[in-house]
Ligand binder design. Sequence first.
Ligand SMILES: [Zn+2]
Length: 97
Amino acid sequence: MKYSYQGFFDLPTLTRAYRYANEKRISELVLDKDNVSAMVDGSRNYGVSMQFEDGKLVKATCNCPLENGKCKHAAAILIYLDEQEIKKMEQFQKNNK
Ligand SMILES: [Zn+2]
């Protein structure tokens, strides 16, 4: 499944989120067609829930102080999912050589 989030987060947020995505901070990941939720371990545990329409991110909520959900916690989950997808493709290519 592909979740698109282009333009939703600003660049500084994405930069911070990349680090989070690679630090194994994400747990309790639940993937649904129009919904993704997970816990992100930051300065404390943050619960993130995101809504998608036609695969595109339309709304994110997180219980961190940033009110609009456009935070590094939400972004980290999506970057993490992208990286899992890339790993899967790499594995697939390795197995089909
Ligand atoms: Zn947050």
